[in-house]
Ligand binder design. Structure first.
Ligand code: SF4
Length: 663
């Protein structure tokens, strides 16, 4: 059994920071520090702190502790004021992600606040206490559709809300309100954790999710796992595990909520590993690095990531976690020319952009600049190493196409395909793989060729085909071209030739009689010449041999009809069935002397013949027209004799037999 541990299992950066601050002040000094409300939603962790003399308080009045820690969920301004009024030392461990929501709400001016989250959760309570112009809390699509206000609205989201559920709620709000500002404030740690646990659930036969029963974020992880259909157990510690869960299980996934201490996860992992010790994958995120990143001051040239909160025709606003939103003008969104920014982005989209201007009251960003400078690097590398790059065709212009490689690349019409393309518009919207054939940064010039890439692919395929192709085998191919002497068949980067004589057992005048272009077929490999890159193919050799039918269909003495297919000095070849020609020797053509067969016969003529001899082994049939004529005459005589009694004419019975004889 394999055990996979989520790399985001356990304390999130905000909880880690709160625990660290609490222990910094209270470890080794029992009774000095208390937390205002449970520091984390985990009973074992609270017991652990209590054992160190750090109490959890609901009210700080009369508490003897000199330091009070405000947990990562934060508190409302009135609660903070009351705490400060006690004269105690207040350590504010509010998570920076929550503080960001506080500053959004504090900055609202005559806008109604909508909080998406659980109204009873302490984080949401802390946010509600800051709203000044009306507020609603919603947590599903039903409650979203019931909100009414005449004010413009601003939306914030509980940091641990379910990202998937959020989409549907936002869609309803956007439909309902014209003037709406959306701040997707789900913290990146929660987003990563939820995304990763969904992936983990897909790979696992059984999921164990560890966390306190009252931990909202753990509950969401459990819901995500269950949605994926995998058997999921919500456990608080190792004592909840039942060994029979693991029978017939190959992969166990272990995830944990943001307030689950490391040692509880370790106990669970060890317990599962004790019985099944095959392998473990475990990587932990660097939470300190995430928080450091959050608090770094911004500057021009920095790269920021944020969610689009507003889309106007000529600009979009992006929340990048700064005190003000970033502004991206239409021309800075992309090199593509659009009428309205909404053609490129939607509210809620995540964008990465470069800071191009930063003042006290303006943060300007550019996606285009960042994308282009990244793209130049990629395109230059591709040009230097002659590797391929992919991009979408966005426009037909005079003489060719424009390909979006993160920058504008031109593809001349003659380099679009291996063959001439009349209508270039069929490529618009298509993803194409190209080679960069010309590059000039100073003039922003990038020329690409799909044709060169296709030729390269064909060459590679050809080499592979030639290396693996075996004579005497049958392979699949597509008819590419028909000529007078045969058919060229693509068998994978290389066109092999089926000579006209190898097309069928019978005589073929032109390949179009048996094949058509683009036809898929199996072909037999006769010969491979890797040096000259020539491959000889046959269709005939994998078709049933008509000579196998000859022995059952014909016998010596049979009088049959056939078509003259070839004339030689020594006789005429008559086709009995396709692929089986018999020879009427010149001496067997008529009772009278025939100098040359062509004096009395023509190709294509249908004649009656008698089979003199069949040699299947040697694939030879000897025929005679003389015998057939005699038999015909004898038959005619008898018929004439009977004619008077039965009333039918001989001509009607023999058809044109004598006509043929006379020709
Ligand atoms: S879940 Fe996110 S917002 Fe909440 S404490 Fe952790 S890092 Fe901060």
């Amino acid at each position: 059994m394999q055990v996979l541990v989520s790399k985001y299992a356990g304390f999130c950066p905000g909880v880690k920071r709160a625990v660290k601050l609490t222990l910094q002040h209270g470890e080794g000094k029992p009774g000095r520090v208390a937390t205002f409300g449970p520091l984390v939603h985990n009973a074992q962790m609270i017991e652990h702190l209590a054992a160190k003399g750090i109490r959890t308080l609901d009210s700080v009045a009369d508490a003897p502790e000199e330091i009070i820690v405000v947990r990562s969920h934060g508190v409302s301004p009135s609660v903070m004021a009351a705490l400060k009024a006690t004269g105690k030392n207040i350590v504010d461990a509010t998570c920076p992600f929550v503080s960001k929501i506080h500053s959004i709400v504090d900055s609202l001016d005559n806008r109604c606040l909508i909080v998406i989250g659980d109204a009873h959760h302490p984080e949401v309570q802390g946010i509600l206490g800051r709203a000044r112009y009306g507020v609603s809390v919603i947590e599903d699509e039903d409650s979203a559709s019931q909100i009414h206000t005449d004010l413009p609205v601003t939306v914030v989201v509980q940091t641990t809300f379910d990202q998937q559920k959020l989409k549907g709620i936002l869609a309803i709000l956007q439909e309902k309100f014209q003037d709406i500002e959306i701040h997707n404030t789900i913290c990146s740690s929660t987003r990563d954790r939820q995304r990763e646990v969904a992936e983990l659930a897909k790979k696992s036969d059984l999921m164990l999710v560890i966390g306190g029963k009252n931990s909202a974020n753990t509950g969401k992880l459990v819901a995500i796992c269950k949605q994926s259909g995998v058997e999921t157990h919500y456990i608080q510690s190792v004592s909840n595990i039942e060994p029979h869960w693991f029978s017939n299980v190959f992969t166990v996934g272990i995830a944990a909520g943001a307030s689950t201490p490391e040692w509880i996860i370790r106990e669970v992992v060890d317990m599962v590993m004790e019985t099944n010790n095959e392998g473990i994958e475990e990587v932990k995120e660097d939470s300190n690095a995430i928080l450091d990143e959050q608090s770094k001051p911004l500057g021009v040239g920095d790269i920021v990531v944020g969610n689009v909160v507003q889309v106007n025709p000529d600009e979009v606003l992006v929340d990048v976690g700064y005190k003000m939103e970033g502004l991206i003008r239409k021309d800075e969104l992309s090199f593509r020319k659009v009428e309205n920014c909404s053609e490129l982005v939607n509210v809620g989209d995540e964008l990465e952009a470069e800071i191009t201007r930063l003042t006290e009251d303006l943060l300007e960003l550019s996606v285009r600049k960042l994308t282009q400078s990244k793209a130049w690097k990629t395109v230059k590398e591709a040009f230097d190493n002659q590797t391929s790059v992919s991009g979408r065709v966005v426009e037909v212009v005079k003489g060719g196409l424009i390909v979006d490689l993160g920058l504008r690349a031109f593809m001349p019409a003659s380099l679009v395909d291996l063959r001439f393309v009349e209508d270039l518009s069929q490529f618009v919207g298509q993803e194409v793989t190209v080679l960069v054939i010309e590059l000039e940064r100073r003039r922003n010039k990038v020329i690409v060729s799909r044709k060169a890439q296709l030729m390269r692919e064909t060459e590679a395929k050809k080499a592979e085909t030639l290396a693996t192709l075996e004579e005497g085998t049958t392979v699949k191919g597509i008819v590419r071209r028909l000529t007078n002497f045969g058919a060229f068949v693509d068998i994978g980067g290389i066109d092999g030739l089926i000579h006209i004589s190898e097309l069928a057992h019978h005589r073929v005048e032109h390949p179009s009689e048996v094949l058509k272009e683009d036809q898929e077929l199996d072909v037999y490999v006769i010969k491979v010449d890797a040096e000259s890159e020539r491959v000889s193919l046959s269709l005939k050799r994998i078709l049933p041999d008509p000579w196998t039918e000859v022995a059952t269909k014909f016998k010596t003495g049979d009088a049959v009809e056939g078509k003259v297919v070839r004339l030689a000095d020594f006789g005429a070849f008559v086709e009995l069935i396709p692929g089986v020609d018999g020879l009427v020797h010149v001496s067997q053509i008529s009772d009278e002397h025939v100098e040359k067969p062509e004096d009395v016969l023509a190709t294509g003529q249908v004649v009656k013949v008698t089979i003199l001899d069949i040699d299947v082994q040697a694939k030879r049939v000897s025929l005679s027209m003389r015998d057939a004529v005699r038999t015909g005459k004898k038959f005619a005589k008898e018929e004439r004799h009977q004619e008077s009694s039965i009333g039918a004419t001989i001509g009607e019975r023999l058809g044109n037999f004598f006509d043929q004889e006379d020709e």
